[in-house]
Design a protein around this ligand. Structure first.
Ligand code: ZN
Length: 83
């Protein structure tokens, strides 16, 4: 069972009513709907890994896997800066 919350900016987020986990996020104008990876129960072929919202990571954690890092969304995604 999911519970919908709407932020002031118009983002819609659905959370699990039992444990509070965020399941889905979307908003008008977004390119897609975002699902929490842990909700997937079938194999899927993931695109090449990248790191997004690196600006929000803790300072003591260093990302060392060599995959591209983006401060927020990659510019080619054409998503609005959420700040
Ligand atoms: Zn839950």
């Amino acid at each position: 069972m999911l519970q919908l919350y709407r932020s002031e900016s118009g983002t819609r987020r659905w959370f699990c009513r039992h444990c509070g986990s965020k399941i889905v996020s979307e908003a008008d104008g977004w390119r897609g709907t975002y699902f929490t990876a842990g909700t997937l129960d079938t194999p899927f072929t993931a695109p090449a890994p990248i790191h997004i919202f690196v600006r929000s990571k803790v300072a003591w954690y260093e990302i060392r896997d060599g995959h591209p890092q983006h401060s927020t969304y990659p510019s080619e995604w054409d998503e609005p800066d959420p700040s």
